[in-house]
Design a protein around this ligand. Structure first.
Ligand SMILES: [Zn+2]
Length: 444
């Protein structure tokens, strides 16, 4: 028995998109039927929110006059990618040669971040960063600014101009860094409080308390972080943990009373929902149990971990404990803004650890998984009715090699795997933010 389609409600349609659609309803490693694929679909929007996603044949003739129509037939439309950890001030120092984490910070990162005391410079790089997000199909990012409040205003303003969904905050560090980059517990509290008032929950902006990492914050400053979270319970917190072995040893010397690196943050009240920790490589079982029970999330940064020789993240161990995991570029230690390149690196990291990441799992992590890691899955991450219509339009074969590979695939999973292993920004034909096209590839 076939069911006749209900007529389209014209009052709830100002925009329609036609193409092939793929999105996730759940983690494909945990549930069957976790993804929905419609080969010739039609997505109906009203004021940037999704009203319905249906087969095109039933509704294509019903579109109201005057509605905006995007014809992406032959293209794959997916939810916009979610980058759960990156550093916009490091945009211009991406691909800096030859060092591991602690020396890399001293030689490249700190001198670069000093430039962000100047608002004009910060504005310029924030604009470059947001344009890179769009041309790579990324519509949500969790971003570290620099230590200067002006650098935070710059990234929130650049994101707001493009209506991008953003989590960001002022880096806090009051020791083990050049004096020009150091704040104090008092100034960090004052500046962060002011920025929270100015930006948190304004439009699509979310504020994150952002201690760089435990070695750069005194116990008094980590206390301030806990105080800010206690005063503003819906804030985010973002930092780094257990990235590099020398770093882990250093934290052991600085905080001898704590059981582990993660335990340092825990002892200051910095684990919980909306806390996002980059890397999480050198953890033990007790750490993973604590991450899971607290609701904190891991930002998996495979490109960065390979680039700095930091180690191999265990996706299986995180999954076994049910920890929320999102994908992350970690620019500028990661060497690409493209979540497709990041998925390729993640696959290779898993292989080196004798683990497997299926293409479905990979694209889940880059979309709904990332949204869950950021506790934003009630608003973004898939094409469920009512969600904000952030999406990327993908050309599966922008190169001759990808065309040849595509001709030799027969399943959706094979095509997705080729896309993530061979794809990059050349695959992004368009990026829409709350329905509106914010980027379109110049040749299309
Ligand atoms: Zn980082």
């Amino acid at each position: 028995m076939s069911v006749l389609p209900v007529p389209l409600d014209h009052d709830n349609c100002d925009t329609a998109i036609r193409g092939s659609f793929l999105h996730f309803l759940a983690d494909p490693d945990r549930e069957g039927d976790a993804c929905e694929y419609i080969d010739d679909g039609l997505m109906i929007l009203k004021q940037g929110r999704i009203q319905m996603l249906v087969p095109a044949r039933d509704w294509i003739d019903e579109l109201p006059d005057g509605s905006m129509f995007y014809d992406y037939r032959g293209r794959l439309v997916m939810p916009g990618f979610v980058d759960t950890h990156c550093h916009y001030p490091q945009t211009g120092m991406i691909a800096s040669y030859g060092l591991q984490l602690l020396d890399w910070l001293q030689q490249y990162t700190f001198p670069t971040e000093k430039k962000f005391a100047e608002r004009e410079y910060a504005d310029r790089i924030a604009a470059v960063f947001c344009e890179q997000m769009l041309l790579n199909g990324t519509t949500t990012s969790a971003v570290f600014a620099a230590v200067y409040p002006e650098s935070v205003d710059a990234i929130f303003e650049a994101a707001a101009t493009r209506n991008l969904c953003i989590v960001a905050g002022k880096v806090m560090m009051d020791r083990n860094a050049p004096a020009a980059l150091c704040d104090t517990p008092e100034s960090a509290y004052r500046d962060s409080s002011e920025l929270i008032r100015r930006w948190h929950l304004q439009g699509r902006a979310h504020y994150a308390v952002t201690p760089r990492f435990a070695p750069c914050s005194s116990p008094a400053q980590l206390e301030v972080c806990g105080q800010l979270l206690a005063e503003n319970p819906d804030l985010y917190l973002q930092s780094h943990v257990a990235e590099n072995r020398d770093e882990v040893d250093w934290v052991g010397q600085l905080f001898p009373q704590n059981r582990s690196y993660l335990d340092v943050y825990d002892s200051y009240g910095l684990l919980g929902p909306r806390a996002i920790y980059g890397h999480c490589i050198h953890l033990d079982e007790a750490d993973r149990e604590r991450l899971a029970s607290s609701g904190a999330a891991i930002a998996f940064c495979p490109s960065s971990n390979l680039f700095l020789g930091s180690g191999l993240f265990s996706l299986d161990a995180a999954s076994e404990h049910g920890i929320r995991v999102g994908m992350a570029t970690d620019v500028g230690a990661g060497s690409s803004f493209s979540l497709l390149r990041i998925l390729a690196a993640a696959y290779e990291v898993c292989q080196l650890g004798a683990q497997q990441m299926s293409p479905l799992k990979a694209f889940y992590l880059a979309t709904l998984g990332g949204a869950r890691a950021l506790y934003l899955d009630h608003r973004i991450g898939n094409f469920a009715v009512g969600k904000e219509a952030d999406f990327v339009v993908l050309d599966m074969a922008p190169t001759e090699l990808m065309q040849h590979r595509l001709e030799n695939t027969s399943t959706l999973e094979e095509r997705l795997f080729a896309l993530m292993m061979l794809g990059d920004d050349r695959c992004v034909q368009a990026t829409h933010v709350m329905g509106i096209r914010q980027y379109s590839r110049p040749d299309s």
